[in-house]
Design a protein around this ligand. Structure first.
Ligand code: SPV
Ligand code: MG
Length: 291
């Protein structure tokens, strides 16, 4: 019998995944069940999405929830799965002191790594509006150095995300910032873009010198194939919000139909069975513990 996980798993293999020659598939999750679905669907890592966790509380992704809220949701994902969970920690929830507290708490909960981004706090989701602002390169490099100095295990991964392209600061700035963050200790660079095509990212990748592993989230340039990402040297590709968006669409269609038709008969064959849910919960293993 597979052991039921009642304590955080020891999913520390994120660093090894970043070093593999092929890009690793990572799915965004917003709670434990969506994380389990990511694992059982064939993904190798989980992104604890700030957009997803915020949306699961029906609030926008604009630094409204606290570190404790995000940590609780992320810890539930770790507890329920056995693949590495990379936590989207926005700006690090404040100053360097906030980043230090964050790293010590996240590491203690068995989370494989954290990602922080170089926008000002409070931050707004990358796809909202055109006037997003960056902190200075120095300030963010200090946050990265602080995160690295705080971690206990070398295995705990610190990802630096630059929003230079999202903020319209241009390729030279993005490249300079990315190199600086690696020099400050970052294990990988998440380069983000909100363009509808992958051209902007491809341009960045063409001049990136393999200085550190690269992380992408092709949310807006969804036609980027993982094999092409691998050919361009990408290490981790994050499908950041697809569990959330799939759930929103499916629940809306199902409930609208039930409300319109006055019974759930016509939706039964379209939705998961109770047995499907029991399997995701590993019901048999839990019941066996009491047998
Ligand atoms: C998130 O999932 O919260 C992200 C990735 O930061 S994205 O939404 O693509 O900006
Ligand atoms: Mg986010």
């Amino acid at each position: 019998m597979t052991r039921v996980r009642v304590a955080p798993s020891e999913a520390t293999g994120l660093r090894a995944l970043l070093e593999e020659p092929c890009a690793t598939k990572c799915a965004g999750a917003y709670d434990a069940l969506s994380a389990v679905i990511a694992e059982t669907s064939g993904f190798d890592a989980i992104w604890a999405s700030s957009f997803g966790i915020s949306a699961s509380r029906a609030v926008p992704d604009m630094s409204l929830l606290t570190m404790t809220d995000y940590l609780a949701a992320t810890a539930h994902m770790v507890e329920a799965t056995s693949i590495p969970v990379l936590a989207d920690c926005d700006t690090g929830f404040g100053s360097c002191a906030n980043v230090a507290l964050m790293v010590s708490r996240y590491e203690a909960f068995g989370i494989a790594g954290v990602c922080i981004e170089d926008k000002v706090f409070p931050k707004m989701n990358s796809f909202v509006g055109d006037n997003q602002a960056l902190v200075t390169e120095d300030e963010f490099a200090r946050k990265i150095a602080c995160a690295c100095a705080t971690r206990r295990a070398d295995d705990f991964v610190i990802v630096a995300r630059t929003e230079a392209l999202v903020c319209g600061a241009g390729q030279a700035e993005a490249l300079r910032r990315a190199r600086r963050y690696v020099d400050a200790g970052a294990d990988a660079i998440f380069i983000h873009s909100k363009q509808r095509s992958a051209d902007e990212i491809m341009q960045f990748l063409s001049v990136w010198d393999g200085y550190a592993p690269i992380v992408l989230a092709p949310t807006t340039y969804s036609d980027l194939h993982i094999d092409d990402a691998t050919s361009c040297g990408v290490s981790l590709i994050i499908y950041a919000n697809h569990t959330l968006r799939a759930a929103v669409r499916a629940a809306t269609l199902t409930l609208t139909e039930i409300a319109d038709k006055g019974s759930s008969e016509t939706v039964e064959s379209e939705i998961a069975s109770l047995a499907d849910v029991f399997e995701l919960e590993r019901l048999d293993e839990w019941v066996a513990l009491d047998a």
